[in-house]
Each structure stands twice: as C-alpha cells, then as structure tokens.
Ligand binder design. Sequence first.
Ligand code: ADP
Ligand code: MG
Ligand code: MG
Length: 928
Amino acid sequence: MAKAKTPKYVYFFGGKKAEGKADMKSLLGGKGANLAEMVNIGLPVPAGFTITTEVCTYYYANKRKYPKELKDQVLKSLAKVEKEMGAKFGDKKNPLLVSVRSGARASMPGMMDTILNLGLNDTTVQALIEKTNNPRFAYDSYRRFVAMYGDVVLGLRPVDKHDADPFEEILDKKKEARGITKDTDLTADDLKELVAEFKAAIKEKLGVNFPENPMDQLWGAVGAVFSSWMNERAIVYRKLNNIPAEWGTAVNIQSMVFGNMGEDSGTGVAFTRDPASGENVFYGEYLFNAQGEDVVAGIRTPLPIAHLKKDDPKVYKELDDIRKKLEKHYKDMMDIEFTIQQGKLWMLQCRVGKRTGFAAIKMAVDMVRQKLITKEDALMRIEPNQLNQLLRPIFDLKEKQNAINEGRLLAKGLNAGPGAASGKVAFSAHDAELMAAKGDKVILVRIETSPEDIKGMNASDGILTARGGMTSHAALVARQMGKVCVAGCGTLNINYKAGEMRAEGTDHVIKEGDYISIDGTTGEVIKGELTTKPSEVIQVLITKEMDAKDSDVYKTYADLMKWADQTRTMNVRTNADQPDQSANAIAFGAEGIGLCRTEHMFFGEKRILNVREMILSDTEEGRRKTINKLLPYQRQDFEGIFRVMKGRPVTVRTLDPPLHEFLPHEESEIKETADALGVPVEKVKEKIESLHEFNPMLGFRGCRLGISFPEITEMQARAIFEAAVNVAKEGIKVKPEIMIPLVGHVNELKLQEEIVRRVAKEVFAEKGKKVSYLVGTMIELPRAAVTADQIAEVAEFFSFGTNDLTQTTFGLSRDDAGKFLPKYVEQDILPKDPFESLDQDGVGELVKMGTEKGRSTRKDLKVGICGEHGGEPDSVEFCHRVGMNYVSCSPFRVPIARLAAARAALRDKKVVKKTTKRKTATKSKKKK
Ligand code: ADP
Ligand code: MG
Ligand code: MG
C-alpha cells in the first residue's frame, strides 16, 4: 500500500510569514486564520501555532483521542516558536510561556475557554522573576494561571449560579486579611501564598495534584479547549446562532506577552468603528497593568481608548495606524485585542467586529460612500433581519424627561445596545426565562453577565449590568441579539440574596418584578414603566412626525433601500386588510397587496351580526337576503384599499375560515346574538353544534364554502367589482385580483371562477364601465401543487399559501404543533420551525413543482407567496430561486423582504458569473 501523505494538523504563525491565512477559517478557526493574516500583513503578533478543527472532529469521532501524527507536529511547531521568541518551553532559565486559546470558524465570544501563562511552575516562576526582576508580576501571572487551569482543565468551579468562585473566595479572604480592596495592592508574597492556597484547594476539593510538568499542562489545556466545544453554553450559543456542531474548534497555542508587567504595560480591546452606533471613530477600552481577561470580565472599569493618546502617544499612533491598515485590508470594521508589554505593542486577535443591526447598516452605507466597498457588498453585508433595529422603538422623550425631573432616574450607564425597553426586573437569567414564558416583558438585571446567562438574555427585552464596559460580555451578546442593553452602571447595588437593587444617592429600592425602563441609546435607567415611541424611520415614513432631511438614520435607510430596489428582480407586496395598513406598507415600499383577507372585514360591530344571521339562515333565499346587507360594508372597505393602492395590484381572497369561527362561544354572547336576531337561544346552539368539526383545518372552509354557498362568493365578487369600478370612475387606477383559497382540484376553481366572471360582467354592464382583473388561486394543498398544470389552465395567477401548505404537507396542525414542534427543533429533527422558515426540501419542493407545472400550461402565470414566510429572509431567497414574481408579507417586514430579494438576486448573479464567465452580469430588469 502506498504511504498516504501525512495530514497537516498544525499551522505555525509568527515572524514575517505564517503557514495559514485569513481564508482558512474552516480549518484554522477565525482566530487562528486571522492571527496568521496579521502576521502576513506585517503586524506584530506573538508567535504561535494552530491545531486545526479537523483534530477536533477527529477527537469527538474517536473517543476523545488525537490522531497519532499530532504530537510530533506540535513539538516541531513549538520548536519554531521557541526559536522565534528566543525562549524555551519549560526551561529553567528562560522559559517560554504560552496561552492556549479556543477559536471556532465563527466567533463565539466567551463561550469556550482560554488559559493564559501556561508553562509556569515552581521552577519556571523563579526564572521569570530573575528575567524580569519583578517577583510581584511573576507571582501574579502564576496565581492567575493556577486559578484558570484549576477552573477550566481540572473543573474546580462554582456549582450554583449564586455561589462564589472558589478561587475568588480565597482571593477575597486574602484581601480582607491584608485590609485592602484592590487586587493591585497585593504584594508578591501575598500572591505567592495565593498560589500555594489555590493548589491546596485543588488538592483538597478534587483530590488531584496541580500538574507541574509544562508538557502535561499543555496537553491538559488542549484537551480542555476541545472539550469546551461541547459545554452547555457553547451548545446553546450554537443553537441560537445556527452554528453546526460539526464545525469544531481549533486550538491556538501562542507565546504570552504581558500587559501586567507594570505601568508601561497594559491590555485592551477596540473596534475600528463604534459597534453600537456605527460612527467612524476609533472605539475601545484599555487597562494599565492588566491581563487580557480583566477588560472583558468587567472586574475593573477600563479607560476609553482616546485616553491612550495622552498616556502613550507613540503606542496610540501605532495602534491607530494598525486600525487604518486593518480596515483597508479587510474592508470592514474589525474587532481587535492588543497588549502593550513594556511599551511594545502586540496584536493578539482581530476579527470582523460584531455590531448592532443599526451600526451594520450605517457602516455598510458609509463604506460605500467612502468607496471602500461596493453597493453590492453593502447589501450582502447586512442581514435583512437587522433592519428591525432601524425600526426599533425609542422612548417618548417628554415622558422620559418628566420621569427624570420627578427623580426617577436610577442611574446612568453605558449605552451598550440601542433601543428602548421597559419591563419587569429579573435578577437571574433563570427567573428571566420563567417570567418571559409567562408573557411578561423582562429586564434582566445582573452585576455582570456570563456566558451561562445567554438563554435568559435571549428571553429578556433588555439587559442591565452594574459592571463591565462597552465590550463586556453583556454588551457584546446584547448587541448581537439585538437587545437593548445598558452596561456598567456602577452606582447600582444589586443584592441577589435579598432580591433587590438600590440606586446609590437615592432612596429607590427596586425589587424583583418591579418595572424599570432602560434606554440603550443614551444609557439611562429609569424607575417605572415608560411608553416607547417609534424609531426615526417610522417617524419619517409612518407617523410623519419627522422630516426626512432631519434624520440621518432615515437617510441611511433610504440609500440602502434604494440600492436594494435597483438590484432585486422580485417584487414585494404586503398582506393588508385595511386602508391604513396598506398605506403603511406602501411607505415601507410595498408594490401591491398580495393577500387581503376579507374575513377580517366581517368582524366589525354591525357586520358580525349580519354574518351570524347569514350563517343561521337555513335557506339560500334567507342567506342571500342577509348577506347582501354585508355588501355595502365590503364595498366600502375595498374602495378604501383601492384608493390607497393607486393602481398597484390588490389580491383579494374570498372567504376562507370555517363558519363556526364567526359564531359566538360564550353563553352570554350566544344569548345576545339570539336576542338581537330574534331567534331562540337553542337555535344558535344547534347551529354551533352542527358546525362543529373534528378537524376544522381540513374541514368546511376555503373554496368549499363558496361551492356550497355560491351566494357568498357572488356577494364578495360584487363588492370587489363595484368598488373597483367606483374608484376607477374617480380617475384612480385599479387592479383587482380575485383569489380562490384552498383549491385542490381544478373543477373547484372552475366553479368559483364562473361565478366571479359572471358577476364581473353584470357589474360592468350595470355601471357602464369595465376594469381589467385577474382570477387566480392559492396553492396550499399538495394536490394543487401536483396538478398545478391543470389548475393553471383556469388560474391566471398562483399565490402559494405556505402556512396551509406546510400544515398539509407535514400533516400537522399549526395550532396543535406547540406541544411537540419545539422539541423537533431542539433535537435537530428539523433544523428550524417550518412555520417560521420555509421547509425548502419538502414544502419548497412542492412550491417549485407547482410553479414549474403551472407555467408549463400558462407561460405568463404570475406566481407569488403570501404565507408568513414571505417576510423571512431565507424563504424570500428561496422564492427568488424558484422564479416567483413577488413575495407578500406583513407591512413591517416589507423592507426586510426587499433587502432579502436583493441579496438573492446578487447571489444569483454570482452563479451566472461563475458558470458563464461573463465579466458583467446583464442588468436585471424588474419583472412585471
Ligand atoms: P476569547 O475567544 O474568549 O476572546 P481569547 O483566546 O482571545 O479568548 O483570550 C482571552 C484573553 O486572553 C484575551 O483578552 C486575550 O487578549 C488574552 N490572551 C490570549 N492569548 C494571549 C497571549 N498569548 N498573550 C497575552 N494575552 C493573551
Ligand atoms: Mg479574544
Ligand atoms: Mg390558507
């Protein structure tokens, strides 16, 4: 057998050239790939090497064992690092210390573990003292290492959320005994004692010795990093962020540099632009005489980066140059970690920075204006759902000012996640989850958050912390989740045990369950509930309280939407039943109504009684009489809509829900109805009984109603056409499209179509005016999709009703699915809730087939979608791929659908480019 090439499991970086580069993220993880890239573009990076994600995969596939080639490759790379750094791992005189860092393909901040200062033991610490002449520093590094290793590798950590950290406890005792409060006041001897006490605690509580041999330490740490891929918080994080478990993490082993070597040393994190607002300013924080963890953990409150300009102008300049170089190279906002060791700057990490949706949009639009990226790049860079954040509520300013004037301002913190939230206080993530499950709006209040809290953070409307900066865990995660967040409110004293929070300098005591309001745009924390107000975009577009020219936010939004509209080839319509909804949707860019549900019009005060009267009639004649009472109402509704839509297409669906939905259920209501209609209560009850269905979802509904009671379809068609002609006579264009629901067989459609066309003729003759219109159907049953060619011989358009199509394809009722469907997603049986995101392999295949078959018999068949999926980005992209003419969604999702449609068109173009090697893709024209 020929000898297979040994796989490469380890990649070196350092000096002038690295073995990896930025586009090797799947193999080296994001951190490893970017460390390599920074080396390659000439930035100062401490040398190290990356163990690939393939080793992680191997590790889990082989009972947590490594490939046999790994050890040798690690030793070889370690030797290179030693050479580069001029120190030797485990050496008695000149020991190399390393960090062992996790790093998956997608960044998962704080989810997995990192160990610093590895290689220290009782011998090497002496060498470090001699080398630096700084025993305090050496023992500080050592005690940190023992604590980290004890926690991460050996597993000595708090069991319960509210327990103190065992190492912190020992540390606090020490400080108490010395009568000091700051870590930095501990002496070298204190720290030395701590090392011994930490080790003793490990021995006592775990029954194992702390490993002295650096090589044992190294492999222990590597194993712990790989294992942390499967810890609970990492799993939860992956779920929330759709990161597949198969990706695995890489492990980076990197020479240590020290930010805690004295006052000319420090460490910091920064963003090349403001990640909350998107402003083009250098944004970050640093701490003097500290190690990396300290900034992120929020234990000491760091200084803003602008401060460094005064403190150390040389390093600041160097860092600012790196900031520019990185943005130019990566063409994006970057998130960096750096350490200054005795005046020398080292880069420890860079990655594309997480940002609020708000900032993402601003940065992308700004970068196009700066000519750093193209419009297409900008469109691809913004997740359509991020637009939600531009549309997010803000507080009513007057009300907020009044609250402040009344003395209800509890504190002011950092504006870490923009938006406004009001809700009940929860002091633990778990409580937040429980309260949210009950339907409460929750503000999670913590001294600081940690990765274990993410579920509770996700359940909350807002997050408030007493400690930590703009880059603390709470701030980072909140921004990513799009939550409102105020961080670092140092004047709030939070007492978990007592379940209360006191605001320094005030008499306010806030208990669990009390209302507070937080403003993540300005940082204020206010007692009590405040009304929220629409965002600037909404104020310009919908409420018209603001002028477009006064709002930068709006201008950014408008530019982006303009580019999206220039790019997309698919139309976007809205689902709206009323003139005001339709007007909003037009403001959001809707190009028509894809679904107007007529039944919503039946619920008006007078109307519902007429509907009930009709249902209670036993004869066709009786029904006709009563249903015609509804005619003027419906006509008026349609007139309103047609006027607002000004010639844009309006798809009106004939009556769809089962009739029993219109009947009263409560005893008192039944009596009222009976009295109002002058019939005995018994009769109403009988009717309710007779309309009872075992399975209403598959029962007497949709076109089945119009087939049994043609007079209903007649009345509705008449209302639509009379309205259309009336509005047309006002000089306003109209484009009605009548849509028959729940068709499974072409003959059902034929019957309904005949009625519609007959009534149209009658109305046009009566009124002496014609309007053009279409008759089409919903495709929401598998049989309809399968026989779409036959149906398209009658239907002039299809609209996929993917809510019902999902129900009928899966054979599950959405209203009953709540009991088991969430488990399907949890257990990965289904990747996503199919009612949220279209099941492309199953339901989608029917959509595709239906579209193709339909167009096989009617070439110009217009095809759209009107299920909830019409505003969900992935589903919208799918609709583009199957060649739909439009998607239709709720008004507030219209901007999202426009962007998603543009992105789909761009992805399409890319494919075209690749397969045909055309230099420029043909300019896309909007389909009509
Ligand atoms: P995370 O993925 O959670 O950000 P990191 O691997 O970046 O974890 O490490 C955590 C902290 O330790 C960071 O602040 C980082 O800058 C610091 N750090 C990691 N490696 C080194 C090193 N070799 N020298 C100095 N500091 C380091
Ligand atoms: Mg990091
Ligand atoms: Mg339906």
